[in-house]
Design a binder for this molecule. Structure first.
Ligand SMILES: Nc1ncnc2c1ncn2[C@@H]1O[C@H](COP(=O)(O)OP(=O)(O)OP(=O)(O)O)[C@@H](O)[C@H]1O
Length: 221
């Protein structure tokens, strides 16, 4: 269970006259399910990159439980993320030469000396629940919608304290999108994970307990 406190956060990019992200204060409780909405360019991906430690904040504190990840060097942020975050990125970051199941299990293999008991069965179960019938299929031969589902299964398999998803239903038709959205919500609930979802999909936004709307890098009222 991970709670988030942000204080005095500013992210600036060269060439942008105003900060891409400017958050005086924000608190998310552990286990909260939050939608991140706002027009294109409003700062949603920047927010995700900062709260997962993929990018370093220029100024401010980004505290998960009692660890300020904004104060950690890149290697420390990477280790914190591997321990705590299940990520679904817009471009999936899957390995095309590996099967769906191998992709789902890869982060677990890298972060444990030995694959934890039951992990392989959980991977197969999650793949079935996201609608992947052939766990042995190489990801390089899959459609974008199938890849998106594999990425969702990979994010959930380790029961992370935080699940962060950037447009997790963008490549899916309405029916598949609704089932992936339900799975994200159900599994986050089961594991007590804090869930942050950036989305333009109003049905997915409606499943969250709270919506943060960004406008020009700031939280809208
Ligand atoms: N590396 C960068 N260098 C310069 N400007 C950047 C960089 N990354 C993002 N920006 C700018 O910061 C602002 C916020 O971008 P961000 O990608 O966070 O928006 P977004 O809300 O995720 O948009 P979308 O819905 O289109 O994905 C935009 O004006 C963008 O052009």
């Amino acid at each position: 269970m991970q709670a988030l406190s942000i204080e005095g956060l500013q992210v600036r990019y060269p060439g942008l006259p105003v900060p891409a992200l400017d958050l005086a204060g924000l608190r998310l409780e552990a286990g909260e399910m939050v939608a991140l909405a706002g027009p294109s360019g409003s700062g949603k991906t920047t927010f995700i990159n900062i709260v997962t430690g993929m990018e370093r904040a220029g100024a401010g504190r980004v505290v998960w439980n009692d660890e300020d990840i904004a104060a950690l060097p890149e290697g420390g942020r990477d280790r914190w993320r591997a321990r705590n975050v299940g990520l679904v990125m817009q471009d999936f970051h899957l390995f095309p030469g590996l099967s769906a199941e191998a992709n789902v299990l890869l982060p677990q293999r890298l972060s444990h000396l030995r694959l934890p008991d039951g992990m392989q069965a959980r991977a197969r179960d999650l793949l079935a629940r996201v609608g992947i019938q052939r766990p042995d299929q190489f990801v390089g031969t899959m459609s974008r919608g199938q890849m998106q589902r594999v990425a969702v299964a990979r994010a959930l398999v380790g029961r992370p304290g935080v699940i962060v998803a950037d447009e997790p239903t963008a490549s899916l038709d309405a029916e598949a999108g609704a089932s992936v959205a339900s799975l994200l919500v159900d599994l986050a609930e089961e594991a007590g994970s804090t869930l942050i979802v950036a989305s333009h999909d109003e049905r997915l936004i409606g499943r969250m307990s709270r919506t943060l709307r960004l406008e020009n890098g700031r939280l809208a009222a």
